[in-house]
Design a binder for this molecule. Structure first.
Ligand code: SF4
Length: 168
């Protein structure tokens, strides 16, 4: 009988057997209590430092991203909509989806009611022709047939939104 944390450690040990240079951790904290999650993240950080590993983490947990990543890529419906140094993206998110995502995180200070993102994900077999976030975007002003390119908004940070065209 192994606990969730033990199972994660076994998986990490197995993944390291072939001495990879890149470790991909897909939702490493899922189904773990907060204490065990912190231990697993600490272990991953130690491995990165000790072995010079590159770590690619895939997660929905913004707290884990903020704590663990140097660089973040925000994805919506299979597309990277914003990327940049973690601190820059969290301090000043520029894409409407990134902003909406961060507004979903409950604040310890309270005060505001938590809100989700209206609508639902597009059908991946028939996605919207232009910006995939358009059907849910509160800032969408007009339908476009082409997907927005990435515009640089700060050194190392870019976001794919037509509203940023003028500022880029
Ligand atoms: S390109 Fe338009 S629809 Fe897409 S995120 Fe920007 S404002 Fe919203």
């Amino acid at each position: 009988m192994l606990s969730g944390g033990m199972r994660q450690r076994v998986l990490i040990a197995m993944a390291l057997l072939s001495e990879p240079r890149l470790l991909i951790a897909d939702e490493p904290g899922t189904a773990l209590d907060v204490t065990t999650q912190a231990q697993i993240l600490k272990l991953l950080r130690e491995l990165v430092d000790a072995r010079g590993l590159a770590l690619l983490m895939i997660t929905h947990n913004l707290g884990v991203v903020r704590e663990s990543a140097d660089h973040v890529f925000v994805m919506y419906a299979g597309c990277i909509v914003e990327q940049g140094p973690t601190r820059a993206v969290f301090t000043k998110p520029r894409h409407p989806y990134t902003r909406a995502l961060m507004a979903c995180v409950p604040k310890l200070s309270g005060g505001e009611s938590m809100r989700g993102i209206d609508g639902s994900l597009p059908d991946y077999s028939d996605p919207p022709p232009g910006c995939r976030f358009a059907p849910r975007c509160p800032l969408a002003v007009q339908a476009r047939l082409r997907a927005p390119p990435h515009f640089e908004v700060a050194p190392g940070q870019s976001a794919a939104c037509f509203l940023l065209e003028a500022t880029a």
